[in-house]
Design a protein around this ligand. Structure first.
Ligand code: LCS
Length: 397
């Protein structure tokens, strides 16, 4: 790949080659798993220079590792950012970025519909550091604007949101962030860089739970942050070094492998999800279906503006509330009753009692997570079989 300018390559090409291509030393086509905790110095002076930051090189895997570096290079390419940093989980990435930017007495403004773990970080852990969080309905940009005060250090949004699939105007948020000279952080987990490129829309920092579509096979927990090199260097030197939530080389390699097929998988996730959303929308036992690709979705126009396609997640409300939902989830055979998302396998869950049980009853109501709301992560099976499974399970209600 040495004569090919990767910086100008198309997305699918970057997914395959963005990690650096064939290893010039060994000819390895797949990035090797550098399963080594430490790296030998050439001399005492060399070691000291590495520690002093006078030269670049590997020292110790908590601070950097060639397999992690390949993943970071590729994710930075794919998101259109300057640099990236891997973490041991999406939550480590989110908490790491917040702790890097907010101090005692400061606050952040966030969209109110976020992964339940993020909400729990806001409610339970950040207050221990005296970091405040103002969660607002960010589908109305003025709510973000109104929440910002002189102590606000960042804006955090998740779009499409887990689990309601509501969308937030990324460009609009970026303008507000710029006007207040604070960074905008977008959790791009549900969309992936294939479907949505927040940095091109003015976002400063993109975060992923790479556990989901980046890995894509339900076998790895990981997180990734993409942003300006200066910020990423600081994040590595402070948060990763001191808090230590480092990704393992094996997990970094699993994500590199996942990325090679990201566009192919996402195309299929999207096509399957649209078919399933259409099927559910017509079903008499379903109250409503939310899928950003349906014209009935309240933010469909925004979806067309800021997303390439509409993702693999479908959320719906079943008639008969929690009881009917439990019956459905207990009755599916092909679809697996489990949290997480973005896997090859279709997964179904009940946010109010599972992923979003960290929300109080009032909070659930406020963000529109009802007792009958079911979240489906549409997998890569044949859609005919997924629909047959849903049909069979819905018959039992
Ligand atoms: N951001 C989003 C949008 C997520 O959905 C999740 C996890 C995280 C961050 C945290 O990432 P993790 O630490 O798990 O890698 N979402 C999950 C879910 O909906 N079900 O199980 C986990």
């Amino acid at each position: 790949m040495s004569k090919f300018n990767l910086a100008k390559a198309k997305f699918a090409t970057l997914c395959v080659h963005g990690s650096g291509g064939v290893d010039p030393q060994t000819g390895a086509v797949s990035v090797p798993i550098y399963q080594s905790s430490t790296f030998a110095f050439q001399s005492a002076k060399h070691g000291a220079a590495l520690f002093a930051g006078e030269i670049e090189g590997y020292v110790y895997t908590r601070l950097g590792n060639p397999t992690q570096a390949a993943l970071e290079r590729e994710m930075a390419f794919l998101e259109g950012g300057e640099a990236a940093l891997c973490f041991s989980s999406g939550m480590a990435a989110i908490s790491g970025v917040i702790l890097a930017l907010c101090r005692n007495g400061e606050n952040l403004v966030s969209s109110d519909t976020v992964y339940g773990g993020t909400h729990n970080l806001y409610k339970e852990s950040l207050p221990l550091w005296n970091i405040g969080v103002k969660e607002v309905n960010a589908t109305e940009l003025k709510n973000i604007e109104n929440a910002i005060d002189s102590k606000t250090r960042l804006i955090f949004i998740e779009t499409p949101a887990n689990p309601t699939l509501s969308l937030i105007d990324i460009t609009g948020c970026a303008e507000i962030a710029k006007a207040h000279k604070i960074p905008l952080i977008v959790d791009n987990t549900f969309a992936t860089p294939y479907l949505q490129r927040p940095i091109e829309m003015g976002t400063d920092i993109v975060i992923h739970s790479a556990t989901k579509y980046i890995g894509g096979h339900g076998d790895t927990i990981a997180g990734i942050v993409v942003g300006k090199k200066e910020f990423i260097d600081e994040l590595r030197a402070k948060i990763l070094r001191d808090l230590g939530a480092v990704i393992s080389p094996l997990n970094a390699w699993l994500l590199l492998r996942g990325l090679k097929t990201l566009p192919v998988r996402m195309d299929r996730h999207c096509a399957n999800a649209l078919e399933i959303a259409k099927f559910l929308a017509m079903h008499p036992k379903i109250n409503w279906v939310k899928y950003p690709g349906l014209s009935t979705h309240p933010h469909h126009e925004l979806a067309m503006k800021q997303m390439k396609k509409y993702g693999g997640m479908v959320t719906f409300e079943i008639k008969g509330g929690r009881n009917a939902g439990e019956k459905l989830m207990n009755s599916v055979g092909l679809i697996t009753l489990a949290v997480s998302l973005g896997d090859c396998d279709s997964l179904i869950e009940h946010p109010a009692s599972m992923t979003h049980s960290t929300y109080s009853a009032e909070e659930l109501e406020e963000v529109g997570i009802s007792e009958g709301l079911i979240r489906l992560s549409v997998g890569l099976e044949d859609p005919v079989d997924i629909i047959a499974d849903l049909k069979m399970a819905l018959k039992k209600i």
